[in-house]
Write a protein that binds this ligand. Structure first.
Ligand SMILES: NC(=O)c1ccc[n+]([C@@H]2O[C@H](COP(=O)([O-])OP(=O)(O)OC[C@H]3O[C@@H](n4cnc5c(N)ncnc54)[C@H](O)[C@@H]3O)[C@@H](O)[C@H]2O)c1
Length: 357
C-alpha cells in the first residue's frame, strides 16, 4: 500500500509504514515523475548505495504510475512535505527548467544535496545563487548532463586525454529530429545543453564567445538554430539543433591534428569511428612553394561500454556525497552551460551578433 506523507511527519518512515528491504546510505526524494523522472527513480533505486524513499509530482496520474511500479513507495503532490522529511539526504529535481531554481533552493535550504536536471536554471544569476548556497551549507549540487556518462563520451574523453586525436580543431554536432516541441523552452535550451556540456568537458577550456542564428515557425519559440562557440587556441564548436527535421540525426564530428572521429549515437555498435586522416601544410619560402599533403590511413572503431549512463551517474552522485568529492558536473559546470545558453539567446535576438562570454 502506498502511503502519502502526512504534513506532521518529520521522517518518511515514522512508524511501521512502508519498510524497504534495504537501508541504503543515501536516501533520495525525487520531484517530478513525467517523462524523465521514471529513469531517475529507477536508477537511484537500483543502486547499491542509494534508494528512493519518496516521489513527488503535482499530477495524481503520475503518482498513480509510481504506486503501480513501486508499490508501497511514499508519494506526495506537495514538494514541501518531501523536503521536510528528516530521513531524506538528497533530492533529484526532474521538473521543467523554470521550476529548477525554486525547488533546488528549497531543497538546499532544507539541508538536502541536489541532483538537478539540465539545463541547471533559467538564468546564470539563479545558478550562482544556488552554488553559493550549497557551498555555505556544505552540500553537493550535481547537474544531470547525462551524456557525459555515456560510454561514447567517456571513450572520446579518454582518446583526447591520451593525445590520440592530437591538438583539437573542432567539435561539430547535428542533433535534429521531428519534435518534441516544448512549450516553455526553445530548441536551444532543449537540445543544445547536451552538446555544450560535452564540448566543455572534452575541450577542457573556457568558451570565449557564442554566435547563434535560428528561426521560429510554429509556436513562437525558435525551433531551428545553429550555434557557433569559440574556444581558445582556434578550437571551434558548432551545433545544429532542430525540431523540424524529417529524420533523427545524432552525429558529431571531432577533428584533431592527428586523427578525426565520427560519433553516430544512433548506431547500435561502432558508435565511434576514428579516421587516420588529416592535412599537413609544409610551407616553402614563398606561397607558391606551399605543399599540402593529405593523409588517408586506416579507420577503426574502438569498443564503447554499453552501460546505461544514468546508472553510472547515479553511482557517482552517491560516491561524491559519501566521500565528499566535488563532481565534475557540479553547479559550476551547469552554470557554464547556462551562460552559453543565455549568450545564444542574446545572439539569436540580434540575428547572429557575436556575444562574448
Ligand atoms: N538528462 C536528459 O537527458 C533529459 C532528458 C529529458 C528531460 N530532461 C530534463 O528533465 C526535466 C523534466 O523534463 P520532462 O521531459 O520529464 O518533463 P515532464 O513535463 O514530462 O515532467 C515534469 C513533471 O514534473 C511535475 N512537476 C512540475 N512542477 C512540479 C512541482 N512544483 N512539484 C511537483 N511536481 C512538479 C509535472 O507534473 C510533471 O509530471 C527538464 O528539465 C528536462 O530538460 C533531461
Amino acid at each position: 500500500m502506498s502511503k502519502d506523507i502526512g504534513v506532521d511527519s518529520a521522517a518518511i518512515f515514522p512508524d511501521e509504514a512502508y519498510a524497504p528491504a534495504k537501508r541504503a546510505a543515501i536516501r533520495m526524494g525525487v520531484i517530478g515523475y513525467g517523462y524523465w523522472g521514471p529513469n531517475i527513480v529507477r536508477n537511484f533505486h537500483s543502486q547499491e548505495g542509494s534508494q528512493v524513499v519518496a516521489v513527488c509530482d503535482r499530477r495524481p496520474k503520475e503518482l498513480g504510475r509510481v504506486r503501480h511500479s513501486y508499490p508501497g513507495m511514499v508519494v506526495t503532490s506537495e514538494y514541501r512535505e518531501l523536503l521536510a522529511a528528516t530521513d531524506i539526504d538528497a533530492v533529484a529535481v526532474v521538473t521543467p527548467v523554470w521550476t529548477h531554481y525554486e525547488l533546488a533552493k528549497a531543497a538546499l535550504e532544507n539541508g538536502k544535496h541536489v541532483f538537478v536536471e539540465k539545463p541547471f536554471t533559467c538564468t546564470s544569476a539563479q545558478a550562482e545563487e544556488l552554488i553559493e548556497l550549497a557551498e555555505r551549507r556544505k552540500l553537493k549540487i550535481m547537474v544531470d548532463h547525462t551524456f557525459l556518462f555515456t560510454g561514447a563520451v567517456r571513450r572520446i574523453h579518454e582518446l583526447i586525454n591520451h593525445g590520440t586525436l592530437g591538438k583539437l580543431y573542432y567539435y561539430d554536432s547535428t542533433r535534429v529530429n521531428l519534435g518534441l516541441l516544448q512549450h516553455d523552452v526553445n530548441v536551444v535550451w532543449d537540445l543544445a545543453p547536451h552538446d555544450l556540456s560535452i564540448m566543455n568537458y572534452l575541450i577542457q577550456e573556457k568558451p570565449q564567445a557564442v554566435v547563434a542564428t535560428g528561426e521560429q515557425h510554429l509556436n513562437g519559440l525558435v525551433d531551428i538554430a545553429f550555434l557557433t562557440i569559440y574556444y581558445p587556441n582556434n578550437v571551434i564548436g558548432h551545433v545544429n539543433v532542430n525540431w523540424l527535421s524529417p529524420v533523427k540525426v545524432r552525429t558529431t564530428l571531432i577533428g584533431g591534428e592527428k586523427k578525426m572521429l565520427v560519433w553516430n549515437d544512433l548506431e547500435a555498435d561502432e558508435k565511434i569511428k576514428i579516421y587516420d586522416k588529416g592535412v599537413a601544410i609544409n610551407s616553402g619560402e614563398s606561397r607558391y612553394q606551399t605543399l599540402v599533403s593529405y593523409r588517408t590511413g586506416d579507420m577503426w572503431a574502438p569498443r564503447v561500454e554499453q552501460v546505461e549512463a544514468l546508472q553510472i551517474e547515479a553511482a557517482y552522485f552517491v560516491d561524491c556525497i559519501l566521500n565528499d568529492k566535488t563532481p565534475f558536473n557540479d553547479g559550476i559546470a551547469g552554470l557554464n552551460v547556462v551562460r552559453m545558453l543565455e549568450a545564444a539567446d542574446q545572439s539569436l535576438r540580434q540575428k547572429g551578433k557575436i556575444v562574448q562570454l
